[in-house]
Design a protein around this ligand. Structure first.
Ligand code: A8S
Length: 175
């Protein structure tokens, strides 16, 4: 796929890395309008709408869906963690850019931050670009750290695609 990122958002997806950090950028094409995808992505209070590992979530500080608020995410059993505290960093409704960071929890992800941008791609299609940066876990290589996080993020993006396409399909039927 040839996909040119607008210059206004490309810096978000080209982070400058410290020696102990690693990063990855993932793409997902979704057969749904950007407005539908954005409604899911921008709902910081309800990540369970499209993140399959999230069991529940509540806002624990600040006003819901305002930059700076904190959420407490409870994840499904069987994972190497049970909860995560996360901060809303960027919510740009005009450019459809969303960013959050992980500030604590009983997991091993340290200094994780992610930025997603949405791009209408002609017709009713949307391209989602997600870039994360994370400290390389102690006793792990960059490749191992990236392999673990990529697996989670790819699954989130695939589920986002399925849920958004479902919603867009239902909206069509009502017209
Ligand atoms: C996201 C991204 C990630 C979430 C990770 C990487 C996590 O929710 C899971 C397992 C962990 O070990 C860490 O966009 C943590 O949510 C599924 C609990 C943070």
């Amino acid at each position: 796929m040839v996909f040119q990122l607008p210059t206004t958002v490309s810096s978000h997806h080209n982070p400058v890395l410290q020696p102990n950090e690693c990063s990855s950028t993932l793409f997902q094409t979704i057969a749904a309008p950007a407005s539908v995808v954005w409604a899911l992505v921008s709902d910081f209070e309800n990540p369970q709408r499209y993140k399959p590992f999230v069991r529940s979530c509540r806002i624990i500080d600040g006003q819901a869906n305002q930059v700076g608020c904190l959420r407490r995410v409870v994840v499904a059993s069987g994972l190497p963690a049970s909860y995560s505290i996360e901060r809303l960093e960027i919510l740009d409704h005009d450019q459809r850019i969303f960013g959050f960071s992980i500030v604590s929890g009983d997991h091993r992800l340290s200094n994780y931050r992610s930025i997603m941008s949405l791009h209408p791609n002609g017709g009713d299609e949307t391209v989602v670009v997600e870039t994360y940066v994370i400290d390389v876990a102690e006793a792990n290589t960059k490749e191992e750290t990236r392999a673990f996080v990529d697996t989670i993020v790819k699954l989130n993006l695939r589920t986002l695609s399925r849920v958004a396409e479902d919603l867009a399909g239902k909206a069509q039927q009502q017209v």
